[in-house]
Design a protein around this ligand. Structure first.
Ligand SMILES: Cc1cc2nc3c(=O)[nH]c(=O)nc-3n(C[C@H](O)[C@H](O)[C@H](O)COP(=O)(O)OP(=O)(O)OC[C@H]3O[C@@H](n4cnc5c(N)ncnc54)[C@H](O)[C@@H]3O)c2cc1C
Length: 631
């Protein structure tokens, strides 16, 4: 599994604001204007990681002329980008009826809600700005064979397989585009015994039964064996099937993950899309499939959010109810519903309930599909499985510099230096940094937050270009020359790094027991001197002790790339109840489905697993649902 994040800081922040003059042709509601007092109003509401603030200016005609959204505390790639987009749209449309930005629905909603609160201060009737009542179109009812919810990899595969099986398919997608998170980050799926591996030579000759056994072993058999088997055994053929749908792949000749290099299974299963994109606007592999799907007759209803499953008296799922962009309802009657809505990592309440910590990142959806399936009687299962992947510096405030974590200081983050938890204790062999999954799993073991502790002498060595062997995933760290003490001091100024002239002072700054931190540091220094470490760190990484003040502690946090469970399914991806009895007519795929990993949060370090699961689970569900039409 490779990590593909944009080469910007994960957690650093900045104020993002929009100043936009509205064109003179813009309509203003006269009635609304009469009630409005011109001026600038502000309000704050809870976002995902932090409060979201707005400052909105209205003129005496009730026109919104300026809107500044402060989303500085949100994840830059998600809420940080969504905030200005939503603010711009509010001004352009003079409306609060704004579609949430995919992957950042909480921040999007926070900007809208805060704007509404601020506008109310001006005396404006904000109900009118929501506009749904005035603009709602006709409610609509349609009938099809299979309805797929979600246009990510899992939903797309389900639709393609169902069409292959001769079914008439309608797809509902809440955003205006296809692809979901599947479109622009994941490099591609894992696959076993594909034709590409056979052509690539004997190092790629890895057997299905060995992969299945390895995954079962990794999960201690807590995974649902029949499902893991079905996915692994399907995966090789899925490559050829996807090629038929227009996707080209290649297998890697090397892996950037140091910890994977001696284990073929960890990386030689990864099948990279030839057409890969870091940006949602670029064309990616999934777009090619959708072009072919459109030719094959797939109807995608965009800006349409599925909300509720329809059931008959016997408990069979017979369709889905959705809301369209204009607020009107769409009811789709179908023989089967396939839910592929991307999990619930973007739902802070669910994350807190199932993960016992709010210290995980924000990637992911709001759990709509998972909740719909539960409401329809599907069993809750494996609710704490996640794609924990990579760690980033934590920026405490909007003043923090967005560039520190992409600066050469990232070499410190990617090195096996001393890591401590919030209690001041060391907790693992820091060489876990060479595997993006394992380093996150280790960080989860201490609640998702940890500190990297270094002294000035270590920073001086990095300045001289003498780093330890570093993690090289996602292009590796910035290797430019730099003064690391200067960078650390900058981090201290911004509140990203805690500094102490002595270990005691550092302990005070971190709010940990002085004696605990002193013992941790002494033990670590002994390990460095003797080259013997109780956690098993290798001699080559036992180079830098923590001896000479000043001392620095860099606050770090896990990045969670999505939840990987929630709804119990069988090997056909049918949702099942607690007794493993299928709920007729309901399939759950991709990040919404439980059981493949059985990971209880510890994500297995095999490249391409999650994307592979998305495509293969969708394909199996689409095949099964379409085959049942003939019954
Ligand atoms: C940064 C990042 C890097 C990653 N890198 C890798 C990697 O290298 N290898 C790997 O294997 N995996 C990787 N993954 C994980 C992988 O991308 C996902 O597990 C997989 O793409 C999930 O696919 P999906 O179809 O389940 O969900 P998604 O792609 O999230 O699709 C869900 C779709 O459902 C729509 N939707 C949600 N709710 C509704 C609703 N109520 N009504 C209608 N539509 C709805 C959404 O808008 C979205 O389009 C990465 C993930 C991230 C975030």
């Amino acid at each position: 599994m490779g990590l593909f994040v944009k080469k910007r800081t994960m957690w650093a922040v900045g104020i993002l604001s929009i100043f936009l003059l509205v064109g003179s042709g813009c309509q203003t509601d006269e009635k609304r204007a009469n009630e409005v007092k011109s001026g600038t109003y502000s309000a704050t509401t809870k976002g995902f990681h932090a409060d979201v603030g707005v400052e909105v200016t209205v003129d005496d005609k009730g026109k919104i002329t300026e809107l500044v959204a402060d989303v500085g505390g949100e994840t830059p790639e998600l809420g940080g980008e969504a905030g200005p987009k939503v603010a711009k749209e509010i001004i352009e449309k003079q409306s609060l009826d704004i579609e949430a930005v995919s992957g950042a629905s909480i921040t999007s909603k926070a900007v809208v809600d805060a704007t509404e609160t601020a506008l109310k201060e001006s005396g404006m009737d904000t109900e009118k700005l929501k506009g749904k009542k005035q603009t709602a179109g006709e409610n609509e009812e349609i009938t099809t064979d299979i309805v797929v919810v979600g246009a990510g990899a899992s939903g797309t595969a389900a639709a393609a397989a169902a069409i292959d099986g001769g079914a008439k398919v309608v797809m509902l997608e809440k955003t205006k585009d296809v692809g979901g998170i599947s479109k622009f980050f994941a490099g591609g799926p894992f696959a076993v015994e594909s034709h590409l591996q056979k052509e690539a030579g004997k190092e790629y000759d890895i057997k299905k039964e060995d992969v299945l056994q390895t995954l079962n072993d990794y999960a201690h058999y807590i995974n649902y064996g029949p499902l893991t088997k079905a996915i692994v055994y399907k995966s090789g053929d899925t490559i050829e099937w996807m090629e038929k749908w227009g996707v080209d792949f290649h297998v890697n000749e090397e892996t950037p993950q140091i910890a994977h290099q001696d284990d073929d299974m960890k990386w030689r299963l990864y099948h990279w899309y030839d057409l890969f994109s870091y940006e949602p606007t670029d064309k990616a592999a999934i777009d090619v499939v959708h072009e072919k799907l459109a030719d094959a007759g797939l109807e995608v209803k965009f800006n349409t959010t599925a909300e509720k499953l329809l059931k008959d008296k016997e408990g069979n799922v017979i369709g889905v109810e959705a809301t369209k962009e204009d607020g009107s309802k769409l009811t789709v009657h179908a023989k089967s519903v396939i839910l592929g809505t991307g999990g619930f990592a973007g739902n802070p309440d669910m994350m807190e309930e199932y993960y016992n910590t709010d210290a995980l990142g924000q990637w992911g959806e709001d759990g709509a599909g998972v909740k719909m399936a539960w409401d329809a009687g599907a069993a809750k299962w494996d609710t704490a499985s996640s794609l924990l992947h990579g760690n980033g510096m934590v920026a405490p405030s909007k003043e923090s510099d967005v560039t520190l974590s992409t600066s050469p200081f990232n070499q410190i983050v990617r090195s096996p230096l001393l890591w401590i938890d919030r209690g001041g204790n060391r907790y693992c062999n820091e060489e876990a940094v060479w595997d993006t999954a394992l380093s996150s799993n280790a960080a989860y073991s201490v609640g998702g937050i940890y500190y990297i502790v270094v002294d000035k002498a270590t920073l001086d060595s990095y300045t001289k270009g003498k780093p330890l062997v570093m993690d090289t995933a996602v292009g590796g760290p910035n290797m430019d020359k730099a003064d690391f003490v200067e960078l650390a001091e900058e981090g201290v100024k911004q509140g990203i790094i805690t500094k102490g002239e002595t270990v005691e002072e550092l302990a005070k700054g971190l709010d940990v027991e002085k004696s605990t931190l002193q013992t941790t540091v002494e033990d670590y220094n002994t390990a460095v001197k003797t080259k013997e470490d109780a956690y098993g760190k290798s001699k080559d990484s036992l180079v830098y002790g923590v001896e000479e003040g000043p001392f620095y502690a860099v606050k770090m946090q896990i990045s969670n790339l999505g939840t990987l469970g929630g709804v119990r399914v069988n090997d056909k991806l049918q949702a099942t109840d607690e007794n493993l009895k299928p709920i007729s007519g309901l399939y759950v795929v991709g990040n919404d489905a439980a059981g493949f990993y059985g990971n209880n949060t510890a994500y297995p370090p095999y490249e391409g697993l999650a994307t592979g699961f998305a495509w293969n689970s969708g394909r199996i569900a689409g095949e099964d649902a379409s085959s049942r039409l003939k019954e």
